[in-house]
Design a protein around this ligand. Structure first.
Ligand code: KE4
Length: 436
């Protein structure tokens, strides 16, 4: 008979699974951020999820504020999405041949994002941005690309770059295994720095193939782009014949039905999408002006391909999700939910005298242990990470699962109702009191 004391001292199932996972998979995870390296401790191995919740291997329930890093916008295991996947799977999992479902989702994406005249489906956001870059280079015949410090566009070699030493010097790899040669055409500038962007174009604008940007940054935690920044980017790309790529893998269908581009009223030349358009299964996409997309094989000379691109089961999940997010008031409610959370957290922190701020755009939010909302990468790097880590673990113990890193955004779903949000705020109030 196991005594209570023995039970309390028994290693958690999460710890056992984590130890086992590390024997066969580097870090025990299939994507680094999941390993809790930034916050310490063992990751939670999730066994099931429903609505705003998921449960770990010890059968502990959490309110989930990651939502699979964006895809779970309608809530986990939504009956309509599960049904669509089950019905599609019963018809076969993958054919390696075109299906009508791929036409339907392509038509829906083009209808919802007017800047996209033609679109190609792929299986990850990395593939989407990598392919969009290749189209831009193929269409312009230019090599140079511009990205911004703090923006993440997936792990394609030429995008794993940090800013060079000088302002207009080319980047250095952020990852081992990426040859200097692969990043020598990548210029890394400061997010929201209009002058620097102007200077770069003045210096080398006619050699720039494209600029790629997160129009609402979510990979240095949430940082809003200023309208001036994005409008200058649009003007300069047009003036110098560079392709403007909006990486909306995270912001697409997350901040608004038409993505961040609809909020800013800016028409990029190409857009990368992912996450929400797969509803949790692997669907991503890149698309834009028809004259650019015409460079893609088999029509044009820019090669790109994928065994599971447009997979019928994944497309069924994505299409079902795209239908649900078009329900009346979907984004009004989702934005109100995210705002309820961020405002409630700010009030709770203020009561405790903790330097804390928060922001939300549509259904994504940022929380910062700093007195004001960071507006740049440099300001973001100054937030109090140890306070965040203490907050993260205390909230995790209380059953609220936030991103296990200070520099990640958070996500709510249509199933996070007021009672769910208010329970999180109540827990946060107690945690802030210990941090004050
Ligand atoms: P994937 O290759 O992970 O599907 O997408 C890459 C990507 C591209 N562009 C943006 C704006 C993204 O946010 C991402 C991926 N986002 C991360 C969240 N920080 C995914 C989580 C992870 O890496 O495990």
């Amino acid at each position: 008979m196991t005594t209570k004391a023995q039970l309390q001292n028994a290693p958690s199932k999460n710890d056992t699974l984590f130890a086992r996972a590390q024997k066969t998979t580097p870090g025990g995870v299939n994507s680094p951020v999941r390993a809790f390296r930034s916050v310490g401790g063992s990751p939670r191995f999730i066994t099931r999820a429903e609505g705003p919740y998921f449960w770990d291997a010890d059968d502990k329930r959490y309110t989930d504020y990651i939502g699979s890093w964006g895809p779970a916008i309608v809530g986990h295991a939504h009956p309509a999405v599960v049904k669509a996947v089950q019905e599609a799977a019963a018809r076969g999992l993958s054919f390696g041949a075109p299906t009508e479902g791929e036409i339907e989702i392509a038509e829906e994406i083009c209808r919802l994002v007017p800047s996209i005249e033609q679109v190609r489906l792929v299986s990850s956001g990395t593939e989407a941005t990598m392919s969009a870059l290749r189209v831009a280079r193929g269409a312009t015949g230019r090599d140079r690309i511009v990205k911004f410090e703090g923006c993440y566009h997936g792990h394609a070699d030429s995008l794993l770059v940090k800013a060079g030493s000088g302002m207009l010097t080319f980047g250095n790899p952020t990852s081992a295994g990426v040859p200097e040669d692969f990043v020598k055409h990548t210029l890394v500038l400061d997010y929201n720095d209009v002058q620097q962007l102007e200077d770069a174009f003045k210096a080398m604008g006619d050699t720039i193939a494209c600029v790629i940007v997160e129009p609402v940054a979510g990979n240095m935690n949430l940082v809003r782009a200023t309208p001036e920044f994005l409008h200058a980017m649009r003007r300069l790309c047009t003036q110098y014949g560079a392709v403007l790529i909006f990486d909306e893998v995270m912001s697409g269908f997350r901040v608004a039905l038409g993505g961040a581009q609809s909020l800013f009223g800016i028409k990029p030349d190409m857009t990368a999408l992912g996450k929400v358009i797969g509803g949790g299964l692997p669907v991503a996409a890149f698309g834009g002006r028809a004259d650019l997309m015409a460079h893609l094989a088999p029509v044009g000379a820019v090669y790109q391909a994928g065994t599971l691109s447009g997979n019928p089961v994944a497309v069924a999940a994505g299409m079902s999700t795209l239908k649900l997010i078009q329900e009346p008031q979907f984004y009004e409610k989702l934005s109100a939910t995210a705002r309820r959370l961020t405002q409630g957290m700010q009030h709770a922190a203020q009561e405790a005298g903790v330097a804390f701020s928060a922001d939300a755009v549509g259904g994504m939010f940022g929380m910062y242990f700093s007195a004001s909302v960071p507006t740049s990468y440099a300001e973001m790097m100054a937030v109090d990470r140890s306070k965040f880590n203490a907050f993260f673990h205390a909230m995790l113990d209380a059953g609220h699962y936030f991103a296990p890193a200070a520099f990640e955004a958070g996500f709510v779903s249509a199933q996070h109702d007021d009672a769910v949000i208010d329970a999180t705020i109540a827990s946060a109030r107690a945690v802030f009191a210990t941090l004050g």
